[in-house]
Write a protein that binds this ligand. Sequence first.
Ligand SMILES: [Ca+2]
Ligand SMILES: [Ca+2]
Length: 594
Amino acid sequence: MKSMVIQALLCYAALALMSEGRTAEALSPKPNVLFIAVDDLNDWVGCLGGHPQTKTPNMDRFAKSGVLFTNAHCSAPACNPSRAAILSGVPPYRSGLYDNLQQLRDVMPLAELLPRHFSRNGYWSAGSGKLLHYIIDPQSWDEYYPEKSKDNPFPLTYDPPNRPVSLPVGGPWQYNETDWAALDVTDEQYGGDWLVTKWIGEQLQRAHDKPFFLACGIYKPHEPWFVPKKYFEPFPLETIQVGPGYKVDDLDDVPPAGQKIGRNRYFEHIQKEGQWKKGVQAYLSSIYFSDAMLGRVLDALEKSPQRDNTIVVLWSDHGWHLGEKEHWQKFTGWRQCTRVPLLIRVPKGVPGLLEGTTAGTVCDRAVSLTDLFRTLTDLCGLPASQNKDASERSLVPLLRNSKADWPHAAITQLQVPDSYSVSIDQWRYIHYANGDEELYDIAADPHEWTNLLHGKASAELLARVAELRALAPKNPVPLASVPFASLTPLTFSASEGDTPRSKPDGNPFDVTFMNSREENVELFWMSPEGGEKSYGLISQAKTKRQQTRPGAVWEVRSENGVRLGSFIVGDRTAKAVIPDGEKRIRNAPNRSDK
Ligand SMILES: [Ca+2]
Ligand SMILES: [Ca+2]
């Protein structure tokens, strides 16, 4: 019955387009989907008004052709949980995938992702570039570029030979991707997103015997902010303004849990080195570059025989702070980080929205990226996701009428259960696991400068909080632990001369030591002042979990006191494998951070 209805709708679509003078050959039996992700792009987009100097002509022209959501929020303010939620339809508080250190298939071994769902329903699914968190997940795609068997979503990208280029190394915790430069290379020599968008363009231009689900992952403006120099040219350093959301002392009315997340060492270091405006310049340049890459895809679609039968969705996985709330990067619950660009254009004649979207529509309702799965299956007339706990909410009612009633909240889950933000039309509420809270009136205070729960709140505001809290995730599933195999390894340095001293800085986390020597070893913490403290023996083939801080140094000795080597703790939880005497454990590529 359902398929008959769909067939009838498709006939209607064919007739509608033929009557406009297009040929029936131009039609696939079902609408295609072009699914475009831009990494780490906040609201510094022309049509969202986040920064007066930003240049995004292609996003702006796309917005004019479809629906722009001005109050869309990520499911989590970090790559891995945000993207996993979008592609599975399951929010982090239901899947247990809360953070970047977890591996998708450790936590959600059976989840069927969006491309596989489309393939199972008659589509050809393909992708290029970063769609998941530094993996391809080959089982989810029919085709990928680069080749999916390697499970690395990045084509060759130019990397300056000497790093860091701009930002001096600041300590053992230095985040090695925080760097920027205008490169003296062409787009083609740069590769990366240029190659991704070239491949996507080729797929859009060629004939297909099935409808397609085609996903394009543009990596910029993700760090490092290296892009060809022509993208820096519109942003002379002397003209650069920092983000309009910055306010000195903004954290003063934020409770301790928020202050802890807000103030971070990266921003402090960047300010100290006089690099703040250079960072802003480089982010703007990287956005301008990503927008140019988007333009290549939109142009290819424009020339494609599938132009009038393709749904286009553009989203970013989360926002970004460049000093706002003393923070650099992401991982926060503030709007600067949770609000994302979301643009959707639906052609006429698709099963779920025969009339298509109206060009130039703006929708201010609070929506979540977790709902894209159901939105797309509804639009294409496919069955809903079979994933347990997948969101059943579809944005189609808002694509039909941007002012439609929308009694829903957009939830952004932070890195642990019970820490989240709730966004509705006018209000935003942040709740931390320790019970700390913030409330903002977005209509009056779009940068969230005034926490209305600081000091004594009125009964009216407390009633508002109760209402927002009632929309929060109920019974969030626990954070799934990271298996040993998935932890980032620390480098073991064999003892040659003196072991360095600890320079501890930042908040503690766990490091798991594992002894693979054929003898017991003893673990010592090297104090900054020159002393040392034993933390006990680790037996042969055993592990030991130890709370420690960035910059701490741990020395390993044999049971009879011979110094074997040491580890320097980085800025995140990790494993420290004490090698068997022959092997040295090298640092893996730094891929677990975003
Ligand atoms: Ca990201
Ligand atoms: Ca404030």
